[in-house]
Write a protein that binds this ligand. Structure first.
Ligand SMILES: Cc1cc2nc3c(=O)[nH]c(=O)nc-3n(C[C@H](O)[C@H](O)[C@H](O)COP(=O)(O)OP(=O)(O)OC[C@H]3O[C@@H](n4cnc5c(N)ncnc54)[C@H](O)[C@@H]3O)c2cc1C
Length: 432
């Protein structure tokens, strides 16, 4: 690449953006790393200050570098089997960023980009303008929008975004004032919220509600049972499902689910979009709780809270919420059963990030989508990308924004490889 070329603009300073910028710098390509959220270098997952929030992947698999798989475990000084505090991973990531030469962090949100010759002119929220030779979109999962069922309810009581400052304030308030809580969703975000409440000293009851009431399973020691590509039933969702059930019976669900990991992108891409949709509708909840497992100590803590009657997990559907003088009255219908009513002091939406890319509130994504610079994938959940993350002309995307194309592009062991591959691809393109 020419030495006078403009840097690459990386939009989003979470794991995806940091590692793409650092990988570019390693290849001699300077990068501007934008993030105006106050979490630059950490992102949503690793900006938590809560010690109870543990990684859900053992340290031996959390290296930021695909070519040095034990880097994080060495940094921590452990044998690779522990589930470290997530904030420790944030410190690790910030150290990597701090040591990178050629990455310029910019505490700013990117709001627009215009073509400038072959490259781009980037505009930030504070009005600064930057020349860039290419853009990497690394904005992560899009935050959830307010749920319709919560219309008219005070946002202090109905917390729409569990990763927001409002959520942290609500946890503090509930710890001081007490009161029961309803959590919508029973996945990893519900667990984070329960742990935050418990750590803060909240003593009320917590009801966690989701359609199926499935809770992430715990990690446990198991013998790996790898399979060869010939054994994997590519191209047939139903056959994959039957295979997984059979294999679970033979080697246990942990080994069975893990054995598909090396093939996950290829497997996902071998399905028709109709089958991918079917997976999202019917199989995703099962897959998520078996695939994204929690640390054994977290599982033990949840079990204790359930045993004490402090946490109740229910399969059902929230039907209405009304605001009364003494809290929220919530109405829900148990799966296949009766309707119930409870009074709670707060409700947290932990149903996950925004599911439809067309509803994104990100100004740059909105502009790019409206102008056709990038397009939404066939499932509507991310951006359409070509290998390894080409989203448009001199535009790349990295991380969860590409999950419609790769499916398992949501965690560190997958994103680190994509960040390196995208950096290679950018060098190839710009060097020409
Ligand atoms: C709570 C939680 C726990 C997790 N735990 C693990 C784990 O233990 N192990 C694991 O492997 N994976 C885990 N993951 C998954 C995974 O590591 C993360 O999802 C991954 O780090 C994604 O990072 P990201 O950079 O793509 O997105 P994010 O972390 O969401 O970062 C994106 C950043 O972009 C910023 N941004 C958005 N729009 C703009 C804009 N226009 N201009 C500038 N900045 C912008 C946002 O403010 C944000 O800071 C976890 C995820 C979550 C949410």
């Amino acid at each position: 690449m020419r030495s006078d070329a403009a840097p690459v603009a990386v939009v989003g300073g979470g794991f995806s953006g940091v590692m793409t910028a650092v990988q570019l710098a390693r290849r001699g390509v300077p990068a501007l790393l934008f993030d105006g959220s106050g979490r630059l270098g950490l992102g949503v997952a690793y900006s938590t200050r809560e010690p109870a929030h543990l990684l859900n992947v053992p340290s031996g698999k959390m290296s930021a570098w695909p070519d040095r798989p034990d880097d994080f475990a060495r940094w921590l000084g452990d044998d690779g089997t522990s589930f470290a505090e997530r904030r420790r991973f944030g410190t690790y990531l910030r150290e990597i960023l701090g040591q990178a030469r050629g990455v310029q962090p910019q505490q700013n949100t990117v709001v627009a980009a215009e073509r400038d010759g072959k490259g781009w002119r980037i505009t930030t929220e504070s009005g600064t303008v930057h020349a860039a030779s290419a853009i990497v979109l690394a904005q992560g999962n899009q935050p959830p929008l307010p749920l319709r069922v919560g219309e008219g309810i005070s946002p202090d009581d109905f917390i729409h975004n569990p990763w927001s400052a409002e959520a942290a304030n609500a946890v503090r308030r509930l710890a001081q004032e007490g009161g029961d809580v309803l959590i919508l969703g029973t996945g990893l975000t519900m667990i984070d919220t329960v742990l935050s409440l418990d750590e803060a000293g909240h003593t009320g009851r917590i009801l966690a509600l989701s359609r199926r009431g499935l809770v992430p399973r715990a990690h446990a020691p198991h013998e790996p049972a790898p399979v060869s590509a010939e054994e994997v039933p590519f191209g047939d969702l139903l056959a994959t499902w039957r295979w997984l059930r059979r294999r679970t019976g033979q080697v246990g669900f942990r080994a069975a689910v893990d054995s598909l990991r090396p093939f996950s992108a290829e497997l996902w891409q071998s399905y028709t979009s109709k089958d991918q949709r079917r997976f999202l509708r019917h199989a995703r909840a099962w897959w998520d709780v078996h695939r994204h497992r929690i640390a054994p100590e977290v599982a033990a803590r949840l079990a204790a809270l359930i045993a004490e009657g402090r946490l109740q997990v229910v399969a059902g559907r929230l039907t209405a919420v009304t605001q009364g003088a003494e809290g929220l009255d919530v109405f829900f219908q148990r799966r296949g059963g009766r309707s119930e009513e409870r009074r709670v002091s707060a409700l947290f939406n932990c149903t996950g990030p925004l599911g439809e890319m067309r509803r994104t509130q990100d100004p740059l994504l909105q502009q790019f989508l409206a102008g056709g610079a990038v397009r939404i994938d066939d499932l509507g959940i991310g951006l359409h990308v070509g290998q390894p993350g080409r989203a448009g002309e001199r535009i790349w995307a990295v991380g969860p924004l590409t999950k419609g194309t790769y499916w398992e592009m949501v965690a560190v062991p997958d994103i680190r490889g994509q960040a390196a591959a995208v950096a290679d691809d950018i060098v190839k393109e710009l060097g020409a």
